[in-house]
Design a protein. Structure first.
Length: 296
């Protein structure tokens, strides 16, 4: 029913805006950019709004030449909000973006608030890219290289290279079909995981010095501060993936990584190995996510 509503919205509209959350990951970017190319292939006008710049590890993704970093003035036939459990996850200008047209929320987070006029939600999906795949098939979309590269990256990264608990048969099927379209798995893996500047490892070294076990050794905890960023010449995007690194410790049930973003302000990423529901914990601090991966 939701897919049919979205199809009618696309068929009856001409101009669309696409947005996702701040600190975008591979699923957010892959979902936004794939939808951009899908709408373009259907003869529609599409714009992508991002408060942040594209993180360096995702520079290879084919996206629009002109990204919007400030809210546009004109209205749209619909505003697609992807991979966001709450509208405020878009960033400081979320109210302006939310007023530019009817909201269509497409997501897979367990803590989604169903804030859209249309909500296409699948909490069992591996990624938002997987949810979009069902929409694209229903729209009879021909998967071009630009669409396929973004779709593959969205699924591949949100499943931790098809290793996490959210990896399902659909994730493998989508990746298989995108590879058949021409995506090179080794290339995507190299760009995402083996393309870091030296400064990232210097920052990781700083974080490792803070690493310790808490809660009787069940939880790994580490952090980075503004001083560490300054000392290594890095920014927040260089710490992307640190929480996953610390989850690799044996005999722990969860990892907590704290990143300072301003004076007395911190972003917290939590990961668990199946027992602890970190989404419930992060929800107590205004955040959310999934049982095994969440933030606040």
């Amino acid at each position: 029913e939701m897919i049919e509503k979205i199809k009618r919205s696309i068929d009856g509209g001409a101009r669309f805006l696409i947005a996702s959350h701040i600190d975008p990951d591979g699923d957010a970017l892959g979902s936004m950019f794939s939808l951009y190319w899908v709408l373009r292939s259907l003869g529609k006008s599409a714009c992508v709004y991002m408060k942040d710049n594209i993180p360096y590890r995702y520079d290879f993704l084919p996206g629009p030449q002109d990204l919007l970093h400030t809210p546009p003035e004109e209205c749209f036939d619909a505003v697609f909000v992807l991979d966001c459990g709450s509208l405020f996850r878009i960033g400081a200008d979320y109210e302006k973006i939310g007023a530019l047209g009817p909201l269509i929320s497409i997501d897979h987070h367990e803590t989604n608030e169903a804030f859209g006029a249309i909500n296409l939600l699948n909490k069992a999906a591996s990624s938002t890219a997987e949810v979009l795949y069902g929409l694209y098939v229903s729209l009879n979309v021909e998967f071009s290289r630009n669409i396929a590269m973004n779709m593959y990256t969205g699924v591949f990264t949100d499943t931790g290279s098809l290793r996490y608990e959210n990896t399902n048969p659909e994730a493998f099927e989508i990746c298989r079909r995108m590879v058949e379209t021409g995506v090179k798995p080794a290339y995507v893996a190299r760009m995402v995981y083996e393309n870091h500047p030296m400064e990232r490892f210097l920052l990781l070294g700083e974080a490792l010095r803070t690493l310790r076990r808490i809660n009787g050794g069940r939880v790994a905890l580490a952090y980075v501060t503004e001083e560490m960023f300054a000392r290594t010449g890095t920014t927040g995007e260089y710490a992307d993936g640190f929480s996953e690194e610390f989850r690799k410790l044996s005999n722990i049930e969860a990892s907590v990584f704290i990143r300072q973003i301003a004076d007395r302000k911190f972003k917290i990423s939590m990961r668990s190995k199946g027992v602890i529901d970190v989404a419930a914990i992060c929800g107590q601090f205004g955040g959310g996510g999934h049982r095994n991966a969440a933030g606040c």
